[in-house]
Structures are given as C-alpha cells and as structure tokens.
Design a protein around this ligand. Structure first.
Ligand code: BES
Ligand code: ZN
Length: 457
C-alpha cells in the first residue's frame, strides 16, 4: 500500500501554497472564549467556507446562538461509495500569557520543522490538512472516491454547546457511514495512532464571598473568615491521602476498565522517567494503584484549573480578601454523566463549606466520555492509509482530553468515529508556543488522502 503517485506529486508541488494557506487561517485570532473576538471567529468560518467552495464543495454557514457551523458537502462519488463526515474546529484557546510566546501567537512562524501559532495543532492545522487532502483528490482527478460532508464548528474550546442540537436537527442530512476527526496526537514521533477513547468533562466555577469588601488583614484577620482560606479548605476535601476523589458518589458509575484496555496499554512504550524528564518534575501524583497512562486516559479526575483571590501583584500587601474563586474541571470516564457529576460536586461543596462565607458552585460546560472498540472497515482502511503515509502500523491509544461532540456523533448518527490525530507530545496545545510538526502536517495530508482511496477499495 502506497500513496497514489499522482496525489504524492500534487502534495510535493503544492507544499508551499498549502503552508501559505494554513498561515492565513492561523492569522485569524478566532478565540471562541472571548466576546471581543466574535468577529474573528466568524471570519475564520468565512475563510473556511471560501476555501471549501473554491475546491468544489457546496457550502453553507449556519449561524447559531453562539459561533457559526460550517457545513460543506460533496456527494458525487460512484454509487455504493460510503459517505464520510469530517469534523474539526476552527476556534482556538486564548493565547495568554502572551509574553511567554517566542513569536506572536497569531503570526505563524517555522522553527526547527515546527509551525508555531495558536491553533497550529488544535485544531486549525489538523482541519486544514483535511481540506488539503480533499483538494488533492479533486485537483488531480476531478473527483473523490467517497462522499464527504465537512462539519466545522467554532465552539469546541468552549464546550460545543450549540453543535449537538445542530446535529440532532440535521440528523438525516448528516447520516453517514463514519466520522473522521483529526484533533488529537500521535503517541510519539513517527508512530501513527488511532484513538480509542476520550474522557468527558464537567467544568465548574466556585465563588466564595466573605465580608463586603477587602479588609486590613491586621485589623480584621483572625476574627473574620478568610474566603481564600475557606476556598483552600474546600478544595482540599476533594481528594483523600491516596489521591482518590473524596466527593461522595463520584465513582458510582465508574467501571474497572476492560482487560483489552489494560493489555493495550501495556503494549505501548511509555516511560515514567522520560515523562517526568520532559515535564521537568521529580515525582508524579494522582490516584494510588494505577499506572500513568491508566490515570491519564481511563481514570476520572477533579482538578483546579484556576484560582483567584487577594493581592497577587509585586511585593506585599496586607489584605484579607473579600472574595475567592476557583475554576475546577472533572475529567470523566464511562459511564459518568457531566450533569450528575456537577450536582455531586455542588452538594459536596455545600456540605463542607465553612460558616462565615457564602459559596456558590456553577456548572459552566460539560461533555460525555467516549470509548470505541475500533472494529470495522473504517479502522482497517485507516490502518492501511497510515501505513502508506508513515511507513508503519498505527498503535491504539487513549486520550485524557475531551471532544464533547464525539459522543454525540456516536449516539445521534450511530456511525463509527475514527479519531486519527497528527499532534505530538510536547505540542503545547492550550499553552504558549503551540506547534504542529511539518512532518506530521505533510504526513497527515497524505494519510487522509490515502484514507479516501482505501475506504473505496
Ligand atoms: N483537541 C483537544 C482535545 C484533545 C487534546 C484531544 C489532546 C487529544 C489530545 C480539544 O480541542 C480540547 O482541548 N478540548 C477541550 C474540551 C473542552 C473545552 C470542552 C479539553 O479537552 O479541554
Ligand atoms: Zn481541539
């Protein structure tokens, strides 16, 4: 199995232009979380719409109560050919802290074979490589061997709130034989990977309010309950000494993971020493009794994502803060339910909150976990296509991150979902200096182009 030489030659001949186009896409600061960027998110949708139309797709941009959904279709494959839905997201995470970027977040730059920019790997670069693979087929042959639906959203990084209702409303039109998504990573450089699971998410904000204003910590400290200390005490009750989550009911729907999962993990070349060296930490933490990949991919978590209270500027200021706030996310595994988990955390916080402060817990967004058994023609075709592009068989991995809509695809469309990503460990997704490797950008385009041929076999 090799990539069709005509397609390979097209990719070689158009390499610069495919990079230039990606750079244009990356320059649009489509930060979905920030209302001041709403126009940029729409501009990214329009950019994508324009490209898909130019290569021969019928394209519609659907406004939602949030950011738009781009829906593009090409349905002229030979009779009997499968229909595949390609999903990706064109929104990105906020780029802050800006001062930690080596080159500006929205001015793409290449260094050492890496393309640096916010969204380079998550997910504009990976969405763009799909568009390039489609263009390669249409430009060289005037046709595609499969029918394709492209569905791109601008709200993935804020929880995909409006996408499930859109999919439900368009269910018949989106009916397909498989969903293909590139929004994840390869296990290691040169090792193509197919993902078999994603964790779900319940994201919460905890606000603690004490006295009616910040106070002099000498005049009031000791007698007035300190909201920052109250919040710290609440957060400290979330885990026991063994790293287990101590929120009553949290594990009620968690099952021991299947033997197949355990044996699959032991086949992967993971080293804790390497992992720690890479992160520059001297020890790892978490739930006792599980290995690192088990903890990352198949066990639930409850983590603080942000803390805010009191004086955090230069030097010292003696103040008893009037408020404190924490952002908390729980990563979920089958069969945990994000709404139920949010309720359990709320109830637990209400129980442990000390008197003298008011505590509120709000659920911000969530998504369900997903696990697949990876059998069938879509996965077989993917294994062959990855071999053609990367020269070796893929490994099966799991993922600790979340893509909320994956579970919706599986349940609303009843189609198998193939998650084949081209990011890499260390890619700095959501962090300063996010990058995608050029080797994977190129390999990804070729693998996806090969996938459409392999599926039509
Ligand atoms: N692409 C990621 C998910 C991901 C991360 C997959 C790493 C594989 C490896 C996605 O864009 C993402 O970050 N999702 C959010 C979802 C949330 C905001 C609802 C996440 O996991 O934090
Ligand atoms: Zn993503």
């Amino acid at each position: 199995m090799t990539l069709d030489p005509t397609l390979a030659a097209w990719f070689d001949a158009h390499d610069q232009r495919l990079h230039d186009d990606l750079f244009d896409f990356l320059r649009i600061p489509s930060v979905s979380a920030r209302s001041e960027h709403a126009g940029d998110v729409t501009a990214a949708a329009a950019w994508l719409h324009g490209h898909l139309a130019r290569i021969g797709f019928t394209v519609e941009t659907h406004p939602t109560a949030g950011h738009p959904v781009v829906l593009a279709e090409w349905r002229k494959a030979p009779p009997g050919a499968p229909t595949i839905l390609v999903y990706g997201h064109y929104d990105v995470q906020p780029p802050e802290p800006l001062e930690l970027w080596t080159s500006p977040a929205f001015e793409p730059a290449i260094r050492d074979g890496h393309i640096y920019a916010r969204g380079s790997v998550d997910d504009k670069g990976q969405l763009w490589l799909h568009v390039a693979a489609l263009e390669a087929h249409l430009a060289t042959r005037g046709t595609l061997p499969v029918n394709i639906i492209v569905l791109a959203e601008g709200e993935e990084e804020v929880g995909s709130e409006h996408l499930a209702p859109f999919i439900a409303a368009q269910r018949e039109r989106l009916a397909c034989d498989g969903v293909v998504i590139s929004d994840s990573t390869m296990f290691a450089p040169g090792i193509p990977s197919i993902l078999s699971s994603l964790r779900g998410l319940a994201y919460l904000q905890i606000d603690v309010t004490g006295p009616n204003s910040d106070l002099h910590s000498g005049m009031y400290g000791g007698a007035v309950v300190n909201p920052a200390m109250a919040l710290a005490r609440i957060l400290a009750t979330f885990h026991d000494a063994e790293g287990r989550i101590a929120i009553p009911g949290f594990y009620d729907r968690v099952h021991p993971f299947p033997d197949a999962v355990r044996s699959g993990l032991s086949a992967l070349p993971h080293s804790d020493t390497e992992f720690m060296r890479h992160l520059e930490v001297e020890a790892l933490g978490g739930e006792a009794g599980y290995g690192t990949l088990e903890k990352l991919w198949h066990r639930p978590t409850c983590e603080v994502n942000g803390l805010l209270s009191g004086y955090t500027g230069e030097g010292a200021k003696t103040v008893l803060p009037g408020t404190a706030m924490a952002k908390v996310s729980c990563r979920l595994v089958p069969d945990q339910d994000p709404e139920e988990i949010a309720r359990l955390v709320q109830a637990h916080v209400d129980r442990v909150a000390p008197p003298g402060v008011r505590v509120t817990v709000r659920a911000l967004h969530g998504g369900r976990p997903w696990r697949a058994d990876l059998a069938g023609p879509l996965y077989d075709a993917a294994a062959r296509a990855l071999r053609a592009a990367f020269g070796r068989d893929p490994v099966i991995t799991g993922e600790g991150g979340s893509i909320p809509v994956v579970n919706d695809f599986a349940t609303l469309l009843g189609a198998p979902v193939l998650l084949v990503g081209f990011g890499l460990p260390g890619e700095n997704a959501h962090a300063p200096d996010e990058w995608i490797s050029q080797a994977n950008f190129r390999g990804g385009m070729r693998a996806i182009a090969a996938l459409w041929d392999e599926l039509a076999r």
